[in-house]
Design a protein around this ligand. Structure first.
Ligand code: CMP
Length: 140
């Protein structure tokens, strides 16, 4: 049992449909605590840098366009095994493959407009959190 932090984004398809409260209720019910949060538009530069690992993929330009198309909610979640718990609550990347009752199965519009992002490892969580939050912006 490890107390961990993970990075979460509520994506533009979900903010557009006013789903931030419903999504965060699910994360909180799963035992995750929102210890930092901000709502903003990502710049093209921020979206490209955040998803740089995907820059050679055919969907990269569309992904950047989508992620800058509306406001996002950037947040840090804390809890026991937070990375894994968040990924379980989110469900598979493609909503067609997501388990029943997961956020993506219930809310995602497509593999691209899939409502939420969550870090895939504690190492990447630390990198992603530090990209958007200073240490003094994270509290208990
Ligand atoms: P996310 O977990 O934020 O990580 C990369 C994102 O790329 C993914 O969610 C999707 O929003 C987006 N994406 C678009 N097309 C694909 C695809 N074919 N495979 C994987 N991810 C995709």
């Amino acid at each position: 049992m490890t107390l961990e932090r993970t990075f979460s984004i509520i994506k533009p398809d979900a903010t557009r449909r006013n789903l931030t409260g419903q999504i965060n209720a699910r994360l909180e019910s799963a035992g995750l605590r929102i210890v930092a949060q901000k709502r903003k538009y990502l710049s093209e530069k921020e979206a490209k840098a955040f998803y740089a690992v995907h820059q050679e993929r055919p969907f990269f330009d569309d992904l950047v366009a989508f992620m800058t198309s509306g406001p996002v909610v950037l947040q840090v979640l804390e809890g026991t095994n937070a990375v894994l718990v968040n990924r379980e609550v989110m469900g598979a990347t493609n909503p067609a493959d997501a388990a029943k009752g997961t956020i993506r199965q219930e809310f995602a519009e497509s593999i691209e407009a899939n409502s939420v992002h969550g870090s895939d490892s504690p190492e990447n969580a630390a990198i992603e959190i530090s990209y958007f939050f200073a240490g003094c912006e994270i509290t208990e």
